[in-house]
Design a protein around this ligand. Structure first.
Ligand code: MSP
Length: 535
């Protein structure tokens, strides 16, 4: 049975172009989307740009644009082109200046209003444009925002609309209790629980229009614009038809996974579900058939990247543009590195030295070497073909070796699925490379233990079995790594003499079955997958 899978990234501010940090979150979304497509799930991968924000306006002015829409268009184009150039397979790209978004935001605002959760009040607070958020005294360090210490805070005193967020404290705590899977990694749960208990207050959700030339007007009150976060979170719904296409909305909502960075966890894990709980009181489209509120199923939180140990910042000028990186390395290599190097959820460092180390050891020596040896030896000893054996007979290993065989690969597939369900591409890759009995490492050991180049002279039938096992294992490894390294996977499948496009059409069950590689089929001339780095 095919399931649906809806995954989102944050929508990015367009005050800058993509860097390695935003690329990281988007790559993880791409991995999950590819993994689900491969499983046969109906998949929707959404990304986009957050355009109704004051910091975009300031960036436009700085860049010399007096026409904000022209600036937004040019930047949205840069984001889309970057993701496309990198081969990221998003299905939809939402811009919050689009009409479909405005219509949905209006419907949502009215629903929350109808639920009695919007009121007007006088407000005086410090506003950090860097975060696009008000800051309470306990969120400041020496009177400054710890995330943007170089930016002066703005004192804001005005009458705004407020969202009665505090009314949802208990419901949120209940949500976290009943659905521990709502936040991944689990270690983030305590942080959000204590935030909700201790500091979750009513939110100001509008600003006076005069002070904010951008933003969606408050329905029926042109003097106010909707606060950017209130509108931004709604992109996840408006992109799938909330307010414009009920059928589409029913098909995709709720989101299965919102991927975010740790900087925006409060908005996604507290404000967002509280907003939906409120609107659902007046809008039945937000309830399931049992009357339960349709909340996103989970929020997965990644840590932050530093570059050579330093925070990525505009002022340091150390933001790595992924389009520059791909001049040096194929993007699959970068994908492998960022996914493998950093335990998901933790902070990590981007260093080219580490990248080169992993390239040589994990990619060239382990993966590249295995595929190359398996293909080259089969070609050499079996007339350029896959050895002609019964795949059944190659399911288990030769005696006195450590190779775990086809059953072990089946378990590895399940392990990889389980890790990817929690966005742990790092652990999925680690298992593929080094789990005990049927990883790339153990396949390389199997070559060393069985020595097919010697065996072929003494017991050619046994050598044929070993080489079939290795080639078929390479086929499994290729599909296992394909969500993380789609181009390399494709190249491996080609080296095995198969057509990746055709294979992709197979059901997940068939693809994962032992024996997908036809005995006695032709093997093309092998090409080096990972040429040695010179320096
Ligand atoms: N526009 C808001 C999000 C609204 S979502 C309804 C926003 N945009 S942002 O452009 O600042 O992007 C923030 C996201 O980019 C982070 O949550 C994270 O996913 C990603 N990253 C930005 N810098 C990063 C690092 N240095 N490291 C890892 N991820 C980073 O906030």
């Amino acid at each position: 049975m095919s399931n649906k899978f809806y995954v989102t990234t944050p929508i990015y501010y367009v005050n800058d172009k993509p860097h390695i940090g935003s690329t990281y979150t988007t790559v993880i979304a791409d991995v999950l989307a590819r993994a689900h497509r491969l499983r046969g799930d109906k998949t929707l991968f959404l990304t986009g740009t957050d355009e109704n924000s004051q910091k975009n306006l300031e960036a436009a002015q700085k860049a010399g644009f007096d026409n904000l829409p022209a600036y937004l268009d040019s930047m949205a184009e840069i984001w889309q082109t970057t993701w496309k150039t990198l081969g990221l397979t998003y299905d939809d790209f939402i811009r919050t200046t689009e009409k479909r978004h405005h219509q949905g935001v209006e419907r949502f605002w009215r629903a929350v209003q109808k639920s009695g959760d919007i009121y007007k009040a006088e407000y005086e607070r410090d506003y950090c444009v860097g975060c696009e958020a008000f800051k309470t005294a306990h969120e400041l360090t020496d009177g400054r925002c710890p995330l943007h210490p170089n930016k002066d805070l703005e004192k804001v005193k005005e009458e705004n609309y407020f969202f009665r967020a505090s009314a949802y404290k208990d419901d949120l705590l209940k949500l976290y209790h009943e659905h521990p899977e709502f936040i991944e990694p689990k270690s983030r749960m305590n942080e959000i629980r204590s935030y909700v208990k201790e500091a979750f207050e009513d939110f100001s959700i509008s600003r006076e229009s005069g002070k904010l030339a951008c933003g969606i007007p408050v329905p029926d009150d042109d003097s106010q614009r909707i606060y950017v976060w209130f509108d931004a979170l709604l992109n996840y719904m408006t992109a799938v038809g909330y307010g414009t296409d009920d059928k589409l909305f029913k098909k995709w909502w709720p989101a299965d996974v919102h991927l975010i960075g740790k900087d925006i966890i409060k908005f996604h894990c507290a404000l967002w579900p509280a907003m939906i709980m409120s609107a659902a009181k007046s809008d039945p489209a937000l309830l399931d058939e049992t009357g339960a509120v349709l909340l996103p199923k989970s929020v997965h939180v990644n840590g932050f990247f530093t570059v050579d140990g330093q925070k990525i910042s505009k002022s340091l000028g150390n933001a790595i543009d992924p389009l520059d990186l791909i001049q040096e390395y194929p993007f699959d290599v970068i994908r492998y590195f960022i996914l493998r190097e950093i335990p998901y959820g933790e902070d990590g460092d981007f260093s080219k030295t580490r990248l080169a180390e992993r390239y040589n050891s994990d990619l060239a020596n382990t993966l590249g070497n295995l595929v190359n040896r398996a293909v080259a030896m089969s070609r050499k000893y079996f007339n350029g073909r896959v050895p002609d054996v019964k795949p059944e007979d190659a399911k288990t290993a030769l005696p006195d070796t450590e190779w775990g065989g086809a059953e072990c690969l089946e378990i590895l597939w399940q392990t990889v699925d389980r890790y990817l369900d929690a966005s742990r591409a790092d652990l999925a890759l680690e298992s593929i490379w080094s789990s005990n009995d049927c990883s790339l490492n153990s396949a390389n050991r199997y070559v060393e233990q069985t020595k097919p180049f010697k065996l072929v002279k003494e017991e050619p039938q046994k050598a044929a079995l070993v080489l079939y096992t290795l080639l078929e294992a390479c086929r499994h490894f290729a599909w296992m790594i394909s969500p993380m390294m789609p181009d390399i996977a494709r190249k491996i499948i080609l080296q095995l003499g198969q057509d990746p496009k055709k294979e992709e059409q197979k059901s997940a069950k068939d693809l994962r079955q032992w024996g997908g590689l036809a005995p006695d089929s032709e093997l093309p001339e092998p090409a080096i997958l990972f040429p040695r780095l010179t320096e």
